[in-house]
Every structure is written in structure tokens, then in C-alpha cells.
Design a binder for this molecule. Structure first.
Ligand SMILES: Nc1nc2c(c(=O)[nH]1)N[C@H]1C(S)=C(S)[C@@H](COP(=O)(O)OP(=O)(O)OC[C@H]3O[C@@H](n4cnc5c(=O)[nH]c(N)nc54)[C@H](O)[C@@H]3O)O[C@H]1N2
Ligand SMILES: Nc1nc2c(c(=O)[nH]1)N[C@H]1C(S)=C(S)[C@@H](COP(=O)(O)OP(=O)(O)OC[C@H]3O[C@@H](n4cnc5c(=O)[nH]c(N)nc54)[C@H](O)[C@@H]3O)O[C@H]1N2
Ligand code: SF4
Ligand code: SF4
Ligand code: SF4
Ligand SMILES: [Mo]
Length: 865
């Protein structure tokens, strides 16, 4: 602790401008001068406290110096406070008044300097150099995010905070996180958002990081958001979506009333009529003929209720959700190798890793707050190894970037295992005491043909060896991975390969190590935990072991059901006839769009429950309006198994109801018992009674902060990392398994590989981010990335339109020529309905997890006039 921190923590105010808790001190403003016992003046923000040390924080001498400092600042600070939006919330004003500088003093000190044009290019905030006091806080936080968009420029009197080449902020590497705006002590950086009347503590609804926020509300509108400093994931920080992209809830396009399709058009009806219709139609189907799709956007309580309804009322095992297209391979593989499919360690632990291996993941765009922890680690000396066919921000920050061909991770990772064994860097003690099946595994990797590996992966053997040695020789080392690994027709085997790597080096069951699938959606971990999976009951309890549930629910429990893609197959074949989709937009997010459309159209009856009229909802017979996350209480479980409360901040628009209430009303209409809950907290009690890893958690306990499962009793504090004593396999040991040896292949007709994924500013099918118009200024349409060499060969121009064609379909899209993708590979997102990437994808599926191939589609590209 520094003297300044100690003083502030003990309610002793020491004036300061360039210090902010949690940001490395800089000693720049020189206002926090204090006097030590030798009479020397030192900056309190840079002086560590020592036992017995004494300082004088306040004296005429010190305050005179402080007055001089502030006077100088003000003389350069040309504008008038009265017209400044930060007036009243400005540290310079605060410090001036503390030092008894009056308004008159201030205006006397001000020089009549020429005014410069503010930078208004960013839709979320305005930069105004004239008010800057050069405290450097913005530069330091921007660096911490990894964006490094701004820095001190010029010298002496001309010093200012500037982007590279002094361009507008939108033309820099800025990612619009707003961190700089949050810390700026004066009016030099101001948000364009309205100030809230009240703030409600809740959780961001976008990605699986699960950042804590204070949601700012005015009347029935969301107006702002700021990071919760007490949340252990984000510690006050946020990314652009969590800070600026939550106003979709205010959209006039929100669904407000139930809708029933009559002669091809939707008509508004009362709840009673809508529910009676659904109840009547659904009672015609049961078992196999019915399927439900749960939602990783909804709460644990809501997912629990939907799977209970599906199993206990509809007597169908057909319940699944987007995890199928996401981390289903992780759930499968890690259960087989380690006994649990979840992230083994916690986000903040990454900061103490000596090495981080990031495979097939783009966290600065998709998991920004997790990326901050990776960046903190590398700033304190950790090594970063990235395996990704694309150049990304995280690969630029890496010590080693292995740019492999898409779909070639298994040979690459197996070869890394071999080098580790060859170099004697494997952890024999861990292998002997905690694992099984090592010998077979070793024999297999030793038999690899390294020349073949090189040609399959496109990565040089020496680079692989270097990466392997780096990962294996730094302890503890963490693996993080996401869709580049799982979204393959061999996704399960990919995860097995990574699991072997962690086992080989003994990087499990200890802090800052592990194998960490970064779960994508805000509550995809929870939706899986709640049993919204066709083969597993809540808490991953198996269907052969269902007596607890049949007892509690008073019904028989159906056997395993269909996965999400299988549901669409079955609909096409007429085996599936009625479907209930809560909070998903499969028409755009499932592979093989045309097939999905036909499947949805061929159903007898389709209900969609959403907050907006999505492309999928357009095809429904009944559309039910749901509350968005800001309008309800409940829990989300983030990627690190942290169960956190979300809290109702405003009333729902029109007659929208919470997802759980809607399903409970429907169940009661259908005559079912056991759906008469008074609150989501009551539902949670039922969950805790049935799911051992949630047994010690309750809404009351979560008021003080999230708890990481397993948490088995009220005395249990939760679990930061898994497998510390034993693995959760039947034998207690982890297993080396042999992955199949797959690589993707292209054909003569379709010689290029299409990789699909995401960008920072848009989210999935844009049902939410599409209602935040400011985001369009960063990404308003698709851009297919293509390597300059391919572009030259094919005659594709930057900004020109190309036709992309695969076995499954074709689309036209604007091209962007970029060295970020390797030769032979093109990349696009699946965000835009106008250029629906999933028209192109499809085909193969992972036989074990049902994951469709989303990251490797052979395509042809040709320019169109
Ligand atoms: N802004 C934003 N954030 C999001 C989302 C969003 O839509 N928008 N969605 C959320 C969800 S649900 C998820 S699942 C996560 C996904 O988060 P990520 O997995 O990080 O996102 P993707 O862009 O799908 O793919 C990640 C990387 O995999 C690489 N890759 C592709 N093929 C291969 C391969 O064969 N091998 C290797 N090693 N790498 C490969 C791609 O080049 C890409 O950089 O993001 C979450 N966060
Ligand atoms: N080609 C390709 N396809 C992919 C992927 C890829 O990388 N490439 N990634 C896959 C992955 S990882 C994922 S996770 C999926 C995502 O696929 P989806 O889950 O289908 O995509 P979203 O757009 O997130 O859909 C969520 C829906 O929930 C609604 N919603 C939001 N909040 C609520 C609520 O509180 N209640 C209700 N009832 N509805 C709500 C939103 O309006 C939206 O319509 O896409 C998959 N598809
Ligand atoms: S908004 Fe974020 S990325 Fe942009 S300049 Fe500020 S801190 Fe840096
Ligand atoms: S813009 Fe604000 S935070 Fe940045 S140096 Fe100037 S006064 Fe400090
Ligand atoms: S990192 Fe994820 S959870 Fe955190 S603010 Fe951004 S989108 Fe929200
Ligand atoms: Mo996902």
C-alpha cells in the first residue's frame, strides 16, 4: 500500500489528480506531496507505507506548493467551468476549493487561450483537449485494456494526449470501452450518455465473463452503465457492450403483447387467449413429437423451468440450446478426461500464470474482460502463446503466434506433447499420481510423423517445439480456448488434445493453471448446469439416475432426446411436429440456413418467446413477449462457474412477462402441478435441493456477491479452482485419451476455407446490438477478410463485392483485403441477416457432441461486378 492509499482508506484526504485506485501510480500531478520526518517532500502516491513511518499531509508549506500546481493547471485550462458538463463532478474544482481557490481566483488565473475543436467522432464520448490536465490516467487505463490507442505526444508546453498521428479517436486502435472517460477527473473526456436517477447492481447480459454492472435508470429507461468495482471479474471495468450497448431494452421494437398468426399475419391477443391456444395445441403432441430450445440469455431459474416443463409435462427429452453450437464438445471431452466439463480455474487467476496458451480464441473482442486479465499477466512477465489461423489483437501481444491451418489443431497439439516429452518437461510425478493411460498416449505421440504434421498444419516444427517448451517450462501455465477449438466436426477430439497437454505438464488442480473453456453467452454455463441438455439432468446428473427428479416432480423422466441440429432433421422428416423456442434465433445461428428454414416451416406448431420479433419468430404460430434481463430477478452463472444475482431495474414494456412466469402459466393451463412458484428465488430453492453443486447457494446468500460452484452447503464458500485433491471421475484420476487424427480438407471446386466468427461490436444475430444504432458506426455490414495474395490471384478488390459459394449455398458480400487471414482462408462473422453466413456452413457434425462444422467450410470466391 502507498501512503496515499493508506490515507484515503483511513478517511484522510490528500489532494490528488493523477491517482485512481487500481491504476498504477504515476506521480505526475504532484498534488499529493507529503512531508516526511526529515522534512523532505515526497509524492504520497509513490511512497510505500512502512511500519512506524510518519508523514505530514497538510501544512502551509505543502498547500502553497499545491496552490502553485493547481494555478498552473488552471492557467492552461482555458474553458469556463460553468458551461462544462463535468462541472460539479470535477476533481480540479474539488481540489481548488479544498485549497481555498475561489471562482474569482480561477477566472483571474485563466488565460485567454485559443480553443481547439473537440473530437466528436466517437458516438459514445467526446474528447476536449482544452480541458485536459495531463494526469495521464486515460493513457494508463487504455494501456491496461490492451488497446493502447492514446499516449502523451509532443513535449514541454505542447504536450498533449493524442492518438497515433493525432487522428480522430475512431481512426485509432480505440475499442470504445469508455475506461478513459470513466477515469478522467475533469471534463476532457465526457460521456454522451444521460446521467441516471438511480443505479441497480446487476450483471452484464452479453458474454460469459459475467461482469458486474451498476445499471443506470431514468424512469422506465436504461440510460447508462458503469462497472461494479467490487465484482471480482471486472473490478469496475467494462467493454463497449457492457458500458454502452445496453439500451436495446428501451427499443420501441420490443415485443409488448402476445401475437397469434392468423392467415399469415400476426394479431395481438390477450395473454389468456395466447396461453390457451398454446396449451391446446401442445396437448396434441407429446414425447418425441415435441422439442424445446432453452436459452443461454435467460436465467438459471428460467432454464430450469423450461427443461422441467419439457420433461415433466411434455414428457419429452428433446431439450437443448446454443451450447450445442458452442461448448458441447468441451462438456463431453472434459467430463471424459477430468470428470467435469466446466472451466477448471478462474478468470482473475490468469494474472498469476507464468504462461498462457490461448487456442482458437479472440478474447479482446469476444471476452474483453478476460482478455484484460491475460494482458495484466503479460505485463507482469508471463509468456503468451497463441494458436490461431488469424492475426488478432491477442496474437499481436503474444510471444509466439502459431498461425496454423484451420482445422489442424490435433496434429499441432499432439506434436507439442511429443516435444514436451522429448525435452523431459513432462510432470512425471503428477502423471503417476493423478492420471491414467499415459503409456498408450506417449507411444502414440512418439509415433507421429513430424514432416506430415508440418505439412498439415503449415507450422514449422521448430516453432511448435519452441511453443511447447515455453508452455511446459513456465509454471503455473493456463490454457484458454473457445470456438476455434470446439466448432469443428472433430471438436471433442480437439478438446481432448488440449486436456492431454494440461495433464502432461501437471497444470491441473492448482491455482493459475488449468484448461479453461471460455463460455460464450452470459448464461450458457448456467443453462448447461440446469440440464437444458438432451442427455443430462440438472447438475449433469445422468438419466439412469433420475429418481430424485421423478420423486420431486411427480412424473416419469423421459430418456435422452435430440440435439439442436437433430431437431431440425426430425422436423424435416416429420418426426418432430411442435417446437417451443425461448430466446434463440436459430434461423440465423444454426448451420444450413435453408434447411433450418424448411424445418421450421414444416412444423405443425411453433412458439417463439423472445424480446424482439426475430427472423425465427417471423415463422412462428405464436410469439410470446418476454422480459429482458433488466426487467427481472434471477441468476446467471458465468464462465468461471460464478453464480451471480441479476436484479430487476425497471418494469417490462407493455405486457411482457418473465420467461419463467410464462412457462409456469402455460404449465398450469395444461393442468400440470408443481409450477406455482411465487418468485425466482423459490425456483432457485428447488434447484439447490436437486443439484448438489448448487446446494449451498441461495438468492439471499448471493446478495453479498457471487459464489462459484461447487458449493455444497451453506458453510461452503464456493470453489475457485477444480480438481485440487482428486478428479471428479469415477476413479478419481484423470485420463489421457487419444484423439482421432483429423484435419479439414478442401476440394478443387471449393479450394478456400471459410472461417466464421465474431467481432467486438456485434453480438450473434444482432437482435440486441442491432438495436443500439451507435454500434453501426463501427460495424454496420459484413466484411469478408481475404489475404492480399488470394485477392490478387482472384482479382478481388478491397471494398469490392464477391460471391462466396459452398456446397450448401452462396451469398454476396463486400470483401476486405487483409493480411490478418492467411492464404487460402477467408473469414466472416454471422452477425448480419443481409449476409447470413450460415447459408454457407453445414454438412459434417461431431459424432460425439453433435457440434456442426462451423469453422471450416470449403468455399470458392469470385468477384462480382
Ligand atoms: N462481441 C461479441 N462477443 C461475443 C459474442 C459475440 O457474438 N460478439 N459471442 C459470445 C459467444 S456465445 C461465444 S461462444 C464467444 C466466442 O468467442 P471466440 O471463440 O473467441 O470467437 P470466434 O470469433 O467464434 O472464434 C475465435 C477464434 O477462433 C479462430 N479459429 C477458427 N478456426 C480455428 C482453428 O481451426 N483452430 C484454431 N486454433 N483457431 C481457429 C478464429 O480465427 C477466431 O479468432 O464469444 C462470446 N462473446
Ligand atoms: N456460422 C456460425 N454460426 C454460429 C456460430 C459461429 O461461430 N459461426 N456460433 C454459435 C454459437 S457459439 C452460439 S452461442 C450461437 C448463438 O445463437 P443464438 O442463441 O440463436 O443467437 P442470439 O442472437 O444470441 O439469440 C438470442 C435470442 O435471445 C433473445 N433474448 C435476449 N434476452 C432474452 C430474454 O431475457 N428472454 C428471451 N425469451 N429472449 C431473450 C434475443 O433477442 C435473441 O433473439 O450461434 C452459433 N452459430
Ligand atoms: S475508450 Fe478505451 S480504448 Fe478508447 S481511448 Fe478510451 S480507454 Fe482507450
Ligand atoms: S484526458 Fe482526462 S484522464 Fe486523460 S490526461 Fe487529460 S485530464 Fe487526465
Ligand atoms: S466482457 Fe462480456 S460481460 Fe464484461 S462488459 Fe463486456 S460483454 Fe459484458
Ligand atoms: Mo456461444
Amino acid at each position: 500500500m502507498t501512503v496515499l492509499e493508506a490515507a484515503l482508506a483511513n478517511d484522510i484526504y490528500i489532494p490528488h489528480l493523477c491517482f485512481r485506485e487500481g491504476i498504477e501510480p504515476f506521480g505526475g500531478c504532484r498534488l499529493c506531496l507529503v512531508e516526511n520526518t526529515d522534512g523532505r517532500l515526497v509524492t504520497a502516491c509513490e511512497t510505500p507505507v512502512e511500519d512506524g513511518a510518519e508523514f505530514i499531509s497538510e501544512s502551509e508549506r505543502i498547500n502553497n506548493i499545491r496552490r502553485t500546481v493547481v494555478s498552473l493547471l488552471i492557467s492552461e485550462h482555458s474553458r469556463d467551468c460553468l458551461s462544462c458538463p463535468s462541472s460539479g463532478d470535477c476533481s480540479l474544482q474539488e481540489v481548488s476549493s479544498y485549497l481555498n481557490l475561489t471562482e474569482d481566483d480561477l477566472s483571474r488565473l485563466r488565460q485567454d487561450l485559443p480553443e481547439s475543436e473537440p473530437d466528436e467522432s466517437n458516438p459514445f464520448f467526446i474528447r476536449n483537449h482544452d480541458k485536459c490536465i495531463l494526469c495521464g490516467l486515460c493513457v494508463r487505463v487504455c494501456r491496461a485494456t490492451g488497446a493502447e490507442a492514446i499516449d502523451f505526444a509532443y513535449r514541454g508546453h505542447d504536450t498533449r494526449i493524442s492518438t497515433f498521428m493525432d487522428r480522430a479517436i475512431t481512426e485509432s486502435s480505440c475499442v470504445s470501452c469508455g475506461e478513459c472517460v470513466e477515469v478522467c477527473p475533469v471534463g476532457a473526456l465526457v460521456s454522451r450518455e444521460e446521467k441516471p436517477f438511480t443505479e441497480v447492481k446487476t450483471v452484464c447480459p452479453y458474454c460469459g465473463a459475467g461482469c458486474g454492472i451498476y445499471l443506470g435508470v431514468r424512469g422506465d429507461r436504461v440510460v447508462s452503465s458503469r462497472g461494479d468495482p467490487d465484482n471480482p471479474v471486472n473490478r469496475g471495468k467494462l467493454c463497449v457492450k457492457g458500458r454502452f450497448a445496453l439500451k436495446f431494452v428501451n427499443s420501441p421494437e420490443r415485443l409488448k403483447k402476445p401475437l397469434i398468426k392468423v392467415d399469415g399475419r400476426f394479431v395481438e391477443v390477450e395473454w389468456d387467449e395466447a396461453l390457451s391456444t398454446v396449451a391446446e395445441r401442445l396437448s396434441e403432441y407429446s414425447g418425441e413429437e415435441f422439442a424445446a430450445v432453452a436459452s443461454a440469455k435467460c436465467t438459471n431459474e428460467e432454464n430450469y423451468i423450461l427443461q422441467k416443463f419439457t420433461r415433466a409435462v411434455m414428457l419429452s427429452g428433446n431439450i437443448d440450446h446454443c451450447a450445442r453450437l458452442c461448448h458441447a464438445p468441451s462438456v463431453r471431452s472434459l467430463s471424459m478426461t477430468l470428470g467435469s466439463g466446466a472451466m477448471t480455474n478462474s478468470i482473475a487467476e490468469l494474472e498469476d500464470s507464468a504462461c498462457i496458451l490461448a487456442v482458437g480464441t479472440n478474447p479482446t473482442e469476444t471476452h474483453p474482460l478476460t482478455a484484460y486479465s491475460v494482458i495484466r499477466a503479460i505485463r507482469s512477465g508471463a509468456k503468451l502463446v497463441v494458436i490461431d489461423p488469424r492475426r488478432t489483437r491477442i496474437s499481436e501481444l503474444a510471444d509466439i503466434h502459431l498461425q496454423n491451418r484451420p482445422g489442424s489443431d490435433i496434429p499441432l497439439i499432439m506434436a507439442m506433447c511429443r516435444f514436451i516429452i522429448e525435452e523431459g518437461l513432462h510432470d512425471t510425478e503428477f502423471i503417476e499420481s493423478r492420471t491414467e493411460n499415459f503409456d498408450e498416449f506417449r507411444d502414440a505421440v512418439m509415433a507421429l510423423d513430424l514432416e506430415e504434421v508440418e505439412s498439415l498444419t503449415g507450422v514449422g516444427v521448430e516453432d511448435m517445439r519452441r511453443a511447447a517448451i515455453t508452455y511446459a517450462s513456465k509454471k503455473p501455465a493456463s490454457i484458454i480456448y473457445s470456438m476455434g477449438i470446439t466448432q469443428h466436426a472433430h471438436g471433442t477430439d480437439n478438446v481432448i488434445a488440449l486436456s492431454n497437454l494440461a495433464l502432461l505438464t501437471g497444470n491441473l488442480g492448482k491455482p493459475s493453471a488449468g484448461i479453461n473453456p471460455l463460455r460464450g453467452q452470459n448464461n450458457v454455463q448456467g443453462a448447461c448446469d440446469m440440464g437444458a441438455l438432451p442427455d443430462l439432468l440438472p447438475g449433469y446428473q445422468t438419466l439412469d439416475d433420475s429418481f430424485r427428479f421423478s420423486d420431486k416432480w411427480g412424473s416419469t423422466i423421459p430418456g435422452p432426446g435430440m440435439t439442436l441440429p437433430e431437431m431440425f432433421d426430425a422436423a424435416l422428416e416429420g418426426r418432430l411436429r411442435a417446437m417451443y423456442i425461448m430466446g434463440e434465433n436459430p434461423l440465423l445461428s444454426e448451420p444450413e440456413t435453408e434447411k433450418t428454414r424448411k424445418a421450421l416451416e414444416s412444423l405443425d406448431f411453433l412458439v417463439v418467446q423472445d424480446i424482439f420479433m426475430t427472423e425465427t419468430a417471423e415463422l412462428a404460430d405464436v410469439v410470446l413477449p418476454a422480459c429482458a434481463w433488466a426487467e427481472k430477478d434471477g441468476t446467471f452463472t458465468n464462465t468461471e462457474r460464478r453464480v451471480q444475482l441479476i436484479r430487476k431495474a425497471l418494469d417490462a414494456p407493455g405486457e411482457a412477462r418473465t420467461d419463467w412466469e410464462i412457462i409456469c402459466m402455460l404449465a398450469e393451463k395444461m393442468g400440470a402441478e408443481g409450477f406455482d412458484y411465487a418468485s425466482s428465488s423459490e425456483i432457485f430453492k428447488e434447484i439447490a435441493a436437486l443439484v448438489p453443486s448448487y446446494a449451498g447457494i441461495s438468492h439471499e446468500r448471493l446478495q453479498d456477491g457471487g459464489i462459484q460452484w461447487p458449493c455444497t452447503s451453506y458453510e461452503h464458500g464456493g470453489t475457485q479452482y477444480l480438481h485440487s485433491e482428486r478428479f471428479s471421475t469415477p476413479t478419481g484420476r484423470a485420463s489421457f485419451l487419444l484423439p482421432g487424427y483429423h484435419v479439414g480438407e478442401v476440394s478443387e471446386e471449393y479450394p478456400m476455407v471459410l472461417v466464421t466468427g465474431r467481432n467486438l461490436y456485434q453480438y450473434h444475430t444482432r437482435s440486441m446490438t442491432g438495436r443500439v444504432p451507435e454500434l453501426d458506426s463501427f460495424s454496420d455490414r459484413e466484411e469478408l477478410l481475404i489475404n492480399p495474395l488470394d485477392a490478387a490471384k482472384l482479382g478481388v478488390e478491397d471494398g469490392g463485392t464477391v460471391l462466396v459459394k459452398s456446397e450448401g449455398g452462396s451469398l454476396e458480400v463486400r470483401a476486405r483485403v487483409s493480411g490478418d487471414v492467411m492464404e487460402g482462408v477467408v473469414f466472416m462473422t454471422f452477425h448480419f441477416a443481409e449476409t447470413p453466413a450460415n447459408v454457407l456452413t453445414g454438412g459434417d457434425r461431431d459424432p460425439v457432441s453433435g457440434m456442426p462444422e462451423l469453422k471450416f467450410t470449403p468455399v470458392s470466391i469470385r468477384p462480382v461486378e
